[in-house]
Write a protein that binds this ligand. Sequence first.
Ligand SMILES: [Zn+2]
Length: 506
Amino acid sequence: MNGRTIVIGLDGLSEMLIGLEETSTLSNLFDESGGTLLSTLPPTTGPAWSSFQTGKNPERHGISSLINIYEAENSYKMREFSGADLASEAIYESFDHEDDDCFVMNLPYTYPPRIDGDVVTSWLTNSDDLVDFIHPSDLRDRYPNLNSYSPHPDGNSDLAFLKSLLSIERDRIEITKQVIEDGDHEFVFTLFSGTDTMQHRVYSDLAGRASTSEADVARKILREIDDFISWLVDAKAETDNLVLMSDHGFRQFDGYFSLNGWLHENGYLSFSKDGVQFQNSNDDATTTFDIGPLYDFVRRNEVLMNSLMPIYRFFSDHNVEFTSEKGIDMSDTEAYCRHDQEQSIYINHTGERYESLKAQLIDELSDIPGIRPVDVTSEYGSSENMGDIVVLGDRYQVIRGDRNDPISDRPIPYHHRNGVVMLLGPSFESTPDVMNIEDLYPTLLHLNGYAVPDDLDGRVIEEHLTTESNIEFRDPLSSGVENTESGAADSDSEAVQNRLEDLGYL
Ligand SMILES: [Zn+2]
């Protein structure tokens, strides 16, 4: 008889953080049973947590970035992806389908709720009512810490922001402890976001063991999470399996590599004043940066209004900018990048020229030290929902950029594809040196004796399990979430911009 399946997400957890003295438990566990968890293309929160929960790559589950860019009225619009976009069975739905009780906290894209179980959604939830973050509503009675819980860190300075984060992570720790102690759930998932946020803010202070007030608060968060992990390893039953994982890694890069700067310099891309923009704001009526859903739900709610600043900071941490750029002249452009978050090149050709140009770009980019272009079709089977080439950086953070120099040498901490994973518990013989983030879902189903949906990209890591039964497959559940948001909220750009200015966004 299997025990519970407990998954603790530590967003962006890197080997740098594991190496700090505040994380001695994580460090020991990593030495004993740590491996590399290969994140998605691109390695960012939206696609990565979506791939974890669907067992599919971003091309298949469709969430290729935090931002959905879509064509509308001869122009492009943007909106945040939501749970309604994730058109695929999710891991907690599979456990729920097997009559297991689930507790899910802070997993992106869990709103609207898909199961009649206990779900505390993430801050990415597009809702104008904080009550919607917690499902069902009586969850607050069972877990009193939820009454003070907010998914939004708050604070105008890094220090205030990190202190707010500390209090949020404390709530997550207390609530998860209670869930583990009560023992009412067979599948438990909690994501701690602070590990990612603190690296965006104070990576070099932490790496350099600098003694700043900000780094001290970050270290306190790490120590409390590490103490919680230590508690959890003792408190869980012998039969429980425990997964500790990050969605992507993190490292300090030498600088950035600007895709559009490089494409422009090499004659593949032209800018023009009235070209196509994939960013916010100018006076050109054909361009709209539609942040409608997020913006509207914030605007209608005073509590959320006050937390706009941290959301803005999250986006700026993740390079979602609200600045204008020169447009791209599509009539004189062969290849371009749309958005920092996508980290990819779109090829503006079809047919033979498409294939030859793709090969040529991959060839030329491969010659740049520290730059790794990946052909999305070779990796994921097609590139309908993504760019054609995702460009990874080992030395440089890859950004969209503009006509400026392709390479800067200003050191910058950012996401890396190599995340971490630790597989602990009776069903695991060992942790692979390297596994894909898509492999966790089928593996966790199989080790509980459950059939695996037959349309996943991930695979069961059989050779690392103590169970020896054959893998059973079944049809995927038809997920009940309808996409109601595409095309919605066509706010006009000037009004959006004015409201953003009022709120200090711009
Ligand atoms: Zn991040």
